[in-house]
Design a protein around this ligand. Structure first.
Ligand code: ADP
Length: 397
């Protein structure tokens, strides 16, 4: 890897394409940007260099932009703004790899066809993850593309953590717990031992708390259990997703309230969680600033459910050595971390209130020196994890 060799990371969602460029052997972040508001309203592109200076910006006021149009623009932009950088790989965040795709791999037309078959397992995300791969394949076929799967980190979980208590003919169809946010947890597992070598073999529960939220139990850096399951709607309440729900509720909604599949899906994915409970917002910052008791109730419910899941995941590990907060809420909400740690005192968690209130930027320990369970904040960095994987795959090829 030469100094100007670069890896581009693409993270495409339903209405946005985020990208980052990492350069040189140390994979320094050299550019990042995003196109937002795809398919609706005025699409907006912005790119910034490592010093946060804006190096490109554009609005699409003359009609909606789709993924393909967005990718065409990004590839053109990359070609004119690479500034001497040579793209050696493009890494993609892909939400679902099923059972078969348990590690990062080169993407070609045949692999894409295989991944296409997994769309029923992640219909809201996977098509958007795959669209940019097809665009790059068509427009820049010589550039190696690497798929990095959010499910891969969890593939080695014990069978009991993966299986539902359903008849085997249903389980055999792939109806099992997969777990998500794997790239975030893998990153946490990779950096935690650098910060505190004793944690390399520890029992760790990490909480990735962003708009999507989940928790993962890791033993010596390996995933043992996670709160997200067959889909990314299970587990914790999230910005707009309900999290774990008695499946009987779904039957009630359909049988008694006459809701159809689309209405139930919308309720569970877009109208629940912090937004649904508060009736105000899905955004933790807005709720924390609100005096409305419904905002308090939504936050309290999230804290309660994190506490319940923490107990469950600690049980899966047979004990707990460290608790990690990550994601927009985990990295920034002093109050939520304090509340979760207060409720986890029974596990031996003792927060250092000053270290927590200092709201550290970067990887930091926020528990008291004699806390039985160490508490850490680790800023999420799935993109860097993808860049590392992409580089490893092209270098091994
Ligand atoms: P995504 O899952 O979309 O990547 P993020 O990881 O950026 O989302 O997390 C978004 C969440 O983080 C929002 O609920 C937002 O309110 C919350 N958040 C960001 N900054 C703060 C802050 N200073 N205090 C509390 N919550 C915050």
């Amino acid at each position: 890897m030469l100094a100007n060799d670069s890896v581009i990371v693409i993270n495409a969602g339903s209405s946005s394409i985020k990208f980052s460029m990492y350069s040189g052997a140390a994979l320094d972040l050299t550019m990042r940007g995003k196109i937002e508001n795809l398919y609706s309203g005025v699409a907006h592109f912005i790119a910034q260099d490592a010093a946060d200076s804006v190096v490109g910006e554009r609005h699409w006021r003359d009609g909606p932009l789709d993924h393909e149009g967005g990718m065409r623009f990004l590839i053109d932009f990359a070609q004119t703004h690479l500034d001497g950088h040579r793209v050696v790989a493009v890494g993609h965040r892909i939400v679902h790899g099923g059972v078969a795709h348990s590690r990062p791999q080169l993407l070609d037309a045949a692999v894409l066809d295989e991944l296409q078959k997994l769309i029923p397992l992640a219909p809201l995300h996977l098509p958007h993850n795959l669209a940019p791969v097809r665009s790059v394949l068509a427009m820049a076929p010589h550039v190696p593309q690497i798929g990095c799967f959010d499910t891969a980190f969890h593939v080695g979980q014990p069978a009991a953590a993966q299986e539902f208590a359903l008849p085997s003919n249903i389980t055999d169809l792939g109806v099992r717990r997969y777990g998500f946010h794997g790239l975030s947890y893998e990153y946490i597992a990779s950096v935690l031992p650098q910060a505190e070598p004793g944690l390399a073999h520890a029992r760790v529960v990490a909480a990735h708390l962003g708009n999507g939220a989940s928790m993962c139990a890791m033993d010596a850096g390996r995933s043992m259990a996670s709160t997200m399951g067959f889909t990314a709607v299970d587990g914790l309440p999230m910005g707009t997703r309900c999290g774990a729900l008695d499946p009987g509720v779904v039957l009630y909604l359909m049988q008694e309230l006459g809701m159809d599949v689309a209405a139930v899906q919308k309720l569970m994915y877009q109208q629940s969680g912090l937004l649904g409970v508060s009736g105000i917002s899905s955004d933790m910052r807005t709720l924390e600033q609100s005096d409305d008791p419904r905002a308090r109730k939504a936050i309290d419910l999230m804290v309660y459910r994190i506490g319940r899941e923490l107990g469950s995941l600690a049980a899966a590990l047979g004990g707990l050595d460290a608790l990690v907060f990550s994601g927009g809420i985990g990295e920034n909400s002093v109050a939520l971390r304090a509340a979760v740690c207060r409720d986890a005192a029974w596990l031996g968690v003792q927060l250092d209130a000053d270290a927590n209130a200092a709201n550290p930027r970067g990887i930091a320990r926020i528990s008291k020196a004699d806390s039985k369970v160490a508490v850490w904040v680790v800023p999420a960095n799935e993109e860097l994890m993808i860049a590392r994987h992409a580089l490893e795959v092209v270098e091994a090829a």
